[in-house]
Design a protein around this ligand. Structure first.
Ligand SMILES: NC(=O)c1ccc[n+]([C@@H]2O[C@H](COP(=O)([O-])OP(=O)(O)OC[C@H]3O[C@@H](n4cnc5c(N)ncnc54)[C@H](OP(=O)(O)O)[C@@H]3O)[C@@H](O)[C@H]2O)c1
Length: 253
């Protein structure tokens, strides 16, 4: 089992990441939270310090920096390591669901969606992987999506970014395994967060950020390769991937 006592979270103000951080804070973990919005970050840190009984912020700290901008990575990673020392776990959690009509018809919007959801995460992983490798233990988790499992007309640009991330993580997992470092691809389905505001959230497929957070922590502790969150998405996506293309192209998914 991987210990989660010293953890850095990039994109910590995401609803899913916040739920993860709250659970870790309550467990007494040392946390370093990185998020782009200074005001939201400060209120998150205040909340975590209450939950973690750390009023002086000795264990729980953070830095306002945009994780989707690779220019911030060096500084943020250095600050995280100065606070945490050896890092048990790094969680990458930022992302944004682009408007399909815009991203499917605009080169700029497509490139922006690929940067936010794909290439910026790959850039950060490229920076931090050698340090985990040298350290010889730890776990890296990145939040992808079931959308990366098969391209669909409704959100294939977002799906492309998450699919790229999943393939990168697969290779990184293979590379870091001999060093004793786990790399976990986290694939949530539908989660009720600000990202999905405006969606019809009725139906049994929707999960809460906290239930997904519980699954993320379990997967990180166990060093699972790929975790579908909740678990039943593994079954759903196995079926969706297996649908032959001649049939799939008639479905409105
Ligand atoms: N919700 C779902 O149904 C679902 C399903 C599958 C995967 N996911 C993935 O889960 C992760 C967490 O998302 P969430 O559902 O918790 O959503 P969320 O609460 O809306 O959080 C999104 C996070 O990404 C940051 N962000 C948004 N747009 C950004 C931009 N343009 N540049 C840089 N950072 C940006 C936000 O920062 P601010 O706080 O500053 O806005 C926030 O930290 C994401 O990777 C998402 O793709 C979500």
């Amino acid at each position: 089992m991987n210990p989660l006592n010293h953890v850095v979270i990039f994109g910590a103000t995401s609803a899913i990441a916040t739920a993860v951080a709250r659970r870790l804070a309550a467990d007494g973990a040392h946390l370093f939270c990185v998020a782009r919005n200074a005001e939201r970050l400060e209120s998150l840190l205040a909340d975590l310090r209450v939950r973690g009984d750390d009023p002086a912020g000795e264990r729980i700290r953070g830095l306002a920096a945009d994780p989707a901008d690779p220019a911030t990575h060096e500084n943020a990673w250095t600050a995280a390591r100065e606070h945490l020392g050896e890092v048990d776990a790094a969680l990458l959690a930022w992302g944004s669901l682009p408007d399909p009509a815009t991203s499917h018809n605009s080169v700029e919007a497509t490139q922006e969606a690929l940067r936010i959801n794909g290439t910026s995460a790959v850039a950060l992983l490229t920076r931090i992987a050698p340090d985990f490798e040298a350290q010889g233990h730890g776990v890296i988790g990145a939040i992808g999506s079931v959308a990366g499992d098969r391209g669909r007309q409704s959100n294939y640009v977002y799906g492309t970014a998450k699919g790229m991330l999943a393939t990168y993580l697969q290779g990184l997992r293979h590379r870091l395994a001999p060093a004793g470092v786990d790399v976990v691809t986290l694939k949530p389905g539908f989660v009720s967060t600000p990202m999905t505001e405006g969606f019809d959230r009725s139906g049994p497929l929707w999960a809460s950020p906290d239930s997904v957070a519980r699954g993320i922590l379990r997967a990180l502790r166990r060093g699972r390769a790929v975790a579908y969150l909740p678990w039943f998405w593994r079954v759903i996506m196995t079926i969706i991937r297996a649908i032959p293309d001649p049939l799939f192209r008639h479905l409105r998914l």
